[in-house]
Design a protein around this ligand. Structure first.
Ligand SMILES: Nc1ncnc2c1ncn2[C@@H]1O[C@H](COP(=O)(O)OP(=O)(O)O)[C@@H](O)[C@H]1O
Ligand SMILES: O=P(O)(O)OC[C@H]1O[C@](O)(COP(=O)(O)O)[C@@H](O)[C@@H]1O
Ligand SMILES: [Mg+2]
Length: 487
């Protein structure tokens, strides 16, 4: 049956109203309520495994002239953040029942009214591990300033060069004067490294040096190490609080909204894409090819593509692609060059790794941390594109301008948004450790800061979901093929 336009809109209006009634029932109120069963994710606390641990006293913020703790200022164990905030209330998609799929919640981050560390005997250690990320120095600075100013801690130490620094170098004494300008610098003044994770030696060093708070800034690998450190500390029943602060330019750490430095990196990537676009536009049959970081996730490439709008095709590790044959990259680029005279291609470093020929030795190659070493997809694509054009269009001009900004997108200071984010992360971590919590990561969930068990974060991976709206949005912006092979 074909409906006229007015009939169609009436039908739509009626059925939409019916849908609303299904959700609200016949209640005429402006709102309706339901009682979800909330499961609060348990957070380790020092009092669980150390004998007779009593609070050291009220929070010093009570006496801080800049703070005026009023009702609700201190966070209590019943303050929670829901992991999921989007629900479908329609009866056909029933709400999670109490017996399964409960509403998962995490403890809310923030100052507690009682603290479990006497600031005079607190000895804090800060370490940075893994690859660089904009904002690492800001987190260090804010840990130092926060511990010093908010809680009166005076023994704060930096561990040099990542995990190995615990047992191979002397800690550096830190204070607010020393770190004052660190947030303006890229990299990590404490230095970082991969590998060198020796659990026994690390925890021995923590014990022998008398550290009772350990702040670990790092990515997914670092967090897996932090879980082991926390578990060993708990096994030895040491009164040592361990907090992780998730760092990764790749944004591959799960559960949290995003990792610090990611936005700065996306911003830096724009410069490379702009340059590629200018070069491509100014050539006959010009291709601008940009390779961006993203070991196993394509978040930087995806976000840079969405914000640039100059990109014709975005290739990420989460989706496969192929070059030749119908529906392949070459066919698509040929069409683009015909229509527009140029094209911009963005590729995440982890994309297309299965397509690049490699020796058995290359297949096994890993860095000091055990991460697979990738072959250069950008250089490979550059050469394949040139071979393709020379074969199929020997008499036509063609140029590929390959830009690989590599470390330029991460070896910069954090932008203003990331700097603020780093500050909140650092202060959240301090409040949690001071409140006696341990084995946790501080991070934003749906815009609110929460404490998430280290074990959860170490297991969760944040990959680009190619089934959701965002990837569909990329494809609608670029009009790139879905690279599903015919037949
Ligand atoms: N599964 C693991 N167990 C213990 N330590 C690990 C593990 N994975 C990585 N690490 C250590 O964590 C540190 C950083 O890891 P890496 O993967 O290089 O960077 P990132 O933490 O940024 O992902 C390194 O010192 C590495 O040895
Ligand atoms: O610093 P390296 O060892 O050259 O490694 C580069 C890798 O580091 C990253 O920038 C970040 O990775 P991590 O967060 O795991 O350190 C990746 O995008 C990239 O593949
Ligand atoms: Mg990593």
């Amino acid at each position: 049956m074909v409906l006229s336009q007015p009939e169609a809109s009436i039908l739509t209006a009626v059925s939409y109203r019916q849908q609303l009634e299904q959700v609200y029932g016949s209640a005429s109120d402006d709102a309706f309520s339901f009682s979800p069963t909330i499961t609060l994710q348990k957070l380790p606390h020092l009092s669980e495994y150390t004998n007779h641990l009593q609070p050291a006293g009220p929070n010093p913020l009570d006496r801080n002239p800049f703070f005026h703790p009023t009702d609700g200022f201190y966070i209590t164990p019943s303050d929670v953040i829901l992991r999921q905030v989007v629900y479908d209330l329609s009866p056909s998609r029933t709400l999670p029942s109490p017996s399964h799929g409960r509403y998962l919640a995490y403890h809310r981050a923030g100052p507690r009214n009682q603290i479990f560390f006497d600031p005079c005997t607190t000895r804090a250690a800060i370490v940075t591990c893994g690859g660089l990320c904009p904002g690492m120095n800001t987190v260090i600075r804010e840990l130092v300033v926060g511990l010093w100013d908010l809680y009166g801690v005076r023994q704060i130490y930096g561990i040099k060069a990542g995990y190995r620094g615990f047992y191979s170098t002397h800690p550096i004494e830190l204070n607010p004067k020393l770190v004052r300008n660190w947030h303006k610098r890229g990299g990590t003044v404490l230095e970082t490294s991969r590998g060198g994770f020796d659990l026994t030696r690390i925890v021995d060093a923590i014990e022998h040096r008398g550290f009772n708070q350990v702040y670990i800034i790092g990515g997914d690998g670092t967090m897996r190490g932090a879980v082991k450190i926390f578990e060993e500390i708990r096994r030895r029943k040491l009164r040592v609080g361990v907090a992780g602060i998730p760092k990764t330019v790749d944004n591959d750490v799960g559960i949290i909204d995003r990792s610090f430095g990611f936005q700065t990196a996306v911003e830096m990537a724009q410069q490379a894409i702009n340059a590629a676009h200018v070069e491509a536009e100014s050539a006959v049959n010009g291709i601008g090819l940009v390779k961006l970081m993203g070991r196993s996730t394509g978040h930087i490439a995806l976000h840079a593509t969405l914000s640039s709008r100059d990109v014709d095709c975005c290739l990420i590790p989460e989706t496969e692609f192929y070059l030749e044959a119908k529906g392949g990259l070459f066919e698509f680029l040929e069409q683009r060059l015909k229509e527009r005279g140029h094209a911009v291609l963005v590729v995440a470093e982890g994309a297309g790794q299965d397509l690049i020929p490699r020796s058995d030795a290359q297949k096994e190659e890993r860095d000091e941390s055990g991460n697979l070493v990738f072959l250069d997809v950008g250089a490979w694509l550059n050469s394949e594109l040139k071979k393709w054009w020379a074969r199929d269009h020997p008499d036509e001009l063609f140029t590929v301008k390959y830009i690989d900004p590599t470390y330029m997108i991460r070896a910069v200071p954090a932008n203003a948004t990331d700097n603020l984010y780093c500050t909140l992360l650092a202060h959240s971590a301090i409040h949690g450790v001071m409140g006696g919590y341990t084995g946790f990561v501080s991070g934003p969930i749906n815009g609110n800061y929460a404490y998430i068990p280290l074990t959860d974060v170490a297991q969760a991976k944040n990959e680009v979901n190619t089934k959701d709206h965002k990837w569909a949005w990329v494809r609608s912006v670029t009009n790139q093929p879905d690279f599903v092979k015919p037949g």
